[in-house]
Every structure is written in structure tokens, then in C-alpha cells.
Write a new protein. Structure first.
Length: 381
């Protein structure tokens, strides 16, 4: 390796994604901290972008984003089946390390390779990922096992899932590096950003759940719990995130007369709006059936919302003792926890304070520091 700063190509098709999901958050936040570190230059790379021409031009100016000229359709085919046209070929500068920030499809490279695995859901829990292409992830995982110098897992649960699925071939290369919480989620929000959203009327309190609506997010369990509480609590339910393939399954639950007028779908919201919603929510609900990390749990805690989440997969290690853990398949247990927090202001205040303290222990700067050290390790062999 030549002298000078370490040069890293950060491959992420979510980086220029206009919608803004969890994988985009990871790529953007990690990039933002990595570029602040001495002795390191980072160039984001993607195969395509769905952004408008103007927004994409601004992003390129701000981040030096490069797009692989093969495009959205050809890139995965050439890389997956031919292992040709390596990523670094399209970059004018020296590339010391290539880092794929998610396990999407194989990335052709002849440089030391690092990949982040958020979860193996399409392979291990295919029922929760109907619209995924598990064979593509399987090929990407096979490349990681064969070629990656280091495999970053965002939680101990994900690392154990990878270890169990792959076996001893991956041992010694797994690195657990937790995600972080951006400082803006700790800041007091401007509630004016919520104007125009279809929120509950007036001062009606609400419960909040965020994320793409899909079976693993267990929105059906939340609706069942809310129906049990409808006569006891005035709270409505606010849901943010794009509609997924679970919407038709929710129809019977939404038809329950007890829930009439009490469920509000906001669709995609901005980070600023999400932060304000966290701050106004009586409780943030995340009784997911499966998660590789569960970043919204920490973001909600940072904003001061008491959190009820699942006792499964990565969520106990992410929530720690600051969140209330429940069996996500037990609506009565979920309802009991919601009732207790919503009727006990002192408990809600204690959970809010504990959550903010807990979330403060997760920062993107620490994540970037650990990832930078991994780059050094693999670049120098």
C-alpha cells in the first residue's frame, strides 16, 4: 500500500436513496463521521440513484459521490456472475479498502474487502421478507465468506446469526460494531414541522410506531393491543413509514369498531418530523418479531419517549434496561405495559430519563472509530 492517507470506497446503493430507510441512515451517518477522521479519505460509491437530478448533483458536490457507470440493472449481473469490472476501476484515485455497507449483492473488487451485515433475515426468516431475493443475499454472503477480510455485524445477535448460518469459515473475521444515535435526536424539536400531518386532533395523546409496514414490524400486534385498551385509554396510534406488503393483512384489525378514527398513517416523514413525533409520543412501540439492530428504539429514547420493545433478536441488547421488553406475540402483555406507562406519569418520566441516558452511550463517532481501525487492520494485512 502506498504512503499517505488511507483511501476507502464506501459502496452503498442506499446512500443516494431519496426515501431514507435504515440502511441509508447507516451509510450516511457512518460516512459523516469517517470523513472527520485524520488519515482517512472516504468516497461514497453507488450503482444508481433514484434522486432528482438537482438533488443528486448537490449530493455529489457535498460528498464526492461516484456512480458506477454500469447502472442499476447491469452492475449486479456483471458483479454477481462475472466478478468483472471491479469497483475501484471506476475511481480515479487509489483505493486501499472497499467497504460494502450492506449485504446486497456481490461487489467485484481486487482490494481488501469489508462488508457490514445488518441481518440475514431473507435467509433465516424468509416469511418476513416476501419481496426480497434471498438467492442474491446468499451470493453476497458467499462472497463475504470467501473474500472479506473483515465482516462487521451491527449487533451481537447478528454476529451469532451469521456464525450459526455460516459455521467456522467466518470465525475470526467477525467484528461487532454498534450503530449510533445522531446528536440531533437529543435536541428539542420544533413542533411546527408537524403542521399539515394527519395527526390526532387537538391534544389527544398518541402512541407511535415507525418503520416500513411489514409482517416483522408486528403492526397487527400493536393494533390488537390498542383494541384491548380502547375503552381504558384515549390514546390514538400514529404510524410512520412506507406501506409494505402487510397492508392487506391489517385490514381486519383496522375494521375493528374500537379502532375507528384512532389509527393515523403518516407515510414517509422527514428526520425533523420523526424527531418531533418521538418527542410528543406517550410511548414508542417497537414490538418487532425480528431485527438486526433496531435503531429507532435508540432514536426514540434520545428524544425522550418511553419505549416498549420486543424481547427477541437484537432488541434486548439495544434497549438494555431502559426499555420495557415484552413478548411481541402476546397482545395482552403489550397492552398491559402500555396501560401501565400511560397511566403512571412518574414511571413514564423515569423511563424517559433512563432512555436518554442509555441512548447517549451509542454514538456514530464511536462506530466510525471502530470501523476506521478495521480499515487499518485489513489494509495493512
Amino acid at each position: 500500500m502506498s504512503a499517505g492517507p488511507l483511501s476507502v470506497a464506501l459502496f452503498s446503493n442506499q446512500f443516494p436513496d431519496p426515501a431514507g430507510h435504515g440502511l441509508k441512515r447507516y451509510a450516511r451517518e457512518l460516512f459523516g463521521e469517517l470523513v472527520r477522521r485524520d488519515g482517512l479519505t472516504v468516497t461514497p460509491v453507488a450503482a444508481w440513484s433514484g434522486m432528482s437530478a438537482a438533488d443528486l448533483a448537490r449530493l455529489k458536490d457535498d460528498t464526492d459521490l461516484r456512480l458506477v457507470p454500469l447502472g442499476r440493472r447491469l452492475t449486479p449481473l456483471v458483479w454477481s456472475f462475472l466478478d468483472a469490472a471491479p469497483l475501484e476501476r471506476w475511481l480515479p484515485e487509489r483505493t486501499d479498502v472497499v467497504h460494502a455497507t450492506a449485504l446486497g449483492y456481490p461487489v467485484a473488487t481486487r482490494r481488501p474487502f469489508v462488508v457490514t451485515i445488518h441481518d440475514l433475515g431473507p435467509l433465516t426468516h424468509p416469511g418476513f421478507f416476501r419481496n426480497s431475493r434471498p438467492w442474491v443475499m446468499a451470493r453476497a454472503l458467499a462472497q463475504a465468506v470467501r473474500q472479506a477480510a473483515a465482516v462487521i455485524c451491527v449487533s451481537r445477535a447478528t454476529a451469532e446469526e451469521v456464525r450459526t448460518h455460516v459455521g467456522p469459515a467466518i470465525e475470526g473475521r467477525l467484528r461487532v460494531v454498534r450503530e449510533g444515535v445522531a446528536p440531533r435526536f437529543f435536541e428539542a424539536p420544533d413542533s411546527a414541522c408537524l403542521e399539515g400531518l394527519p395527526l390526532p386532533p387537538g391534544e389527544v395523546p398518541f402512541l407511535l410506531a415507525a418503520g416500513r409496514i411489514s409482517p416483522r414490524k408486528n403492526i397487527q400486534g400493536i393494533l390488537s393491543a390498542l383494541a384491548l385498551l380502547a375503552r381504558d385509554l384515549p390514546h390514538h396510534l400514529v404510524l410512520t413509514g412506507a406501506s409494505g406488503w402487510d397492508m392487506e393483512v391489517l385490514a381486519p384489525a383496522l375494521a375493528n369498531p374500537r379502532l375507528e378514527g384512532r389509527v393515523h398513517f403518516l407515510g414517509h416523514v422527514t428526520d425533523t418530523q420523526l424527531r418531533a413525533l418521538y418527542g410528543r409520543a406517550a410511548v414508542y412501540l417497537h414490538p418487532s418479531l425480528y431485527e438486526g439492530f433496531g435503531l429507532t428504539v435508540l432514536e426514540a429514547m434520545a428524544a425522550g419517549a418511553p419505549v416498549i420493545t420486543s424481547d427477541r433478536s437484537s432488541l434486548p441488547e439495544v434497549a438494555g434496561t431502559a426499555g420495557r421488553l415484552v413478548d411481541p406475540e402476546d397482545p395482552e402483555a403489550l397492552a398491559a405495559s402500555i396501560r401501565e406507562i400511560c397511566t403512571d406519569p412518574a414511571l413514564a418520566a423515569r423511563m424517559s430519563a433512563a432512555g436518554r441516558r442509555h441512548a447517549a452511550g451509542f454514538c456514530w463517532a464511536d462506530c466510525a472509530r471502530a470501523v476506521h481501525e478495521i480499515y487499518r487492520e485489513v489494509a495493512h494485512g
